[in-house]
Design a protein around this ligand. Structure first.
Ligand code: DX5
Ligand code: ZN
Length: 214
């Protein structure tokens, strides 16, 4: 069954701890943490002290999405905070294979993120060893944007490639996920769905999570 990852960027930061508990009670599977540096993307979200606070409150595993120019910088800190998964954008580093290994050697899952313009072929030589691929279905930097359909082809392509080659990676999708786009992505082969504004704006979080799981 597909896993649902609320993006805490869409939570009410004045009630972050309460939102985390409420989302856990609603049946979410992991939390998605968007780290933005104001350089790789035109926005700044939150940093290490907030991730630490989240890690102290949350019982669910944490998935860190690094939208930063120097994604290798704080891996040890995230590891110390008990983060389970870390993904970085392929454009953000000259040494994606080394960074993938660095994350994996510390017992965390490593993921590569593909922007809407970035082809699957750009990570061909990482597919065998990577733990997950995060397909962006919006341009990174902001919540609440419209789903870009092109990502669906990439999900299908990655799903076919793993079947043909027995690769072990999971496929995560991020951006503009609502009931309708969630079912399109599931159909295409996605395993993990990130949802920010749609989920947090829903009246009944539990019902919204189960609708997206389908
Ligand atoms: C965008 C972030 C997303 C975002 C998703 O840069 O990576 O995780 O929070 O938000 P929605 O679901 O509102 O598109
Ligand atoms: Zn994200």
């Amino acid at each position: 069954m597909v896993k649902i990852l609320p993006s805490l960027l869409a939570s009410d930061f004045t009630k972050l701890g309460q939102d985390i508990k409420k989302m856990e009670a609603a049946g979410a599977d992991l939390f998605h943490l968007d780290i933005m540096d104001g350089q790789f993307v035109p926005n700044i979200s939150y940093g290490l002290p907030v991730v630490e606070a989240i890690s102290e409150v949350a019982s669910l595993p944490l998935d860190v999405h690094l939208m930063t120019n120097d994604p290798g910088q704080f891996i040890d800190e995230f590891n110390r905070m008990g983060v389970s998964m870390i993904s970085f954008h392929i454009e953000a580093t000259n040494h994606p294979h080394r960074l993938m290994q660095y994350i994996q050697e510390r017992g965390m899952k490593a993921g590569i993120v593909l922007n809407p313009h970035t082809p699957v072929s750009s990570i061909h030589h990482l597919l065998q060893e990577i733990d997950y691929i995060l397909i962006m279905t919006v341009n990174p930097g902001f919540g609440g944007q419209k789903f870009i359909n092109d990502g669906v082809e990439k999900i299908k392509m990655l799903n076919t490639l793993r079947q043909e080659n027995s690769y072990g990676y999971e496929i995560e999708v991020d951006g503009g996920i609502n009931d309708e786009t969630a079912s399109i992505c599931k159909e295409a082969g996605a395993d993990l769905l990130v949802s920010g504004s749609h989920l947090f704006k829903s009246e009944d979080w539990k019902a919204a999570v189960s609708r997206m799981k389908g």
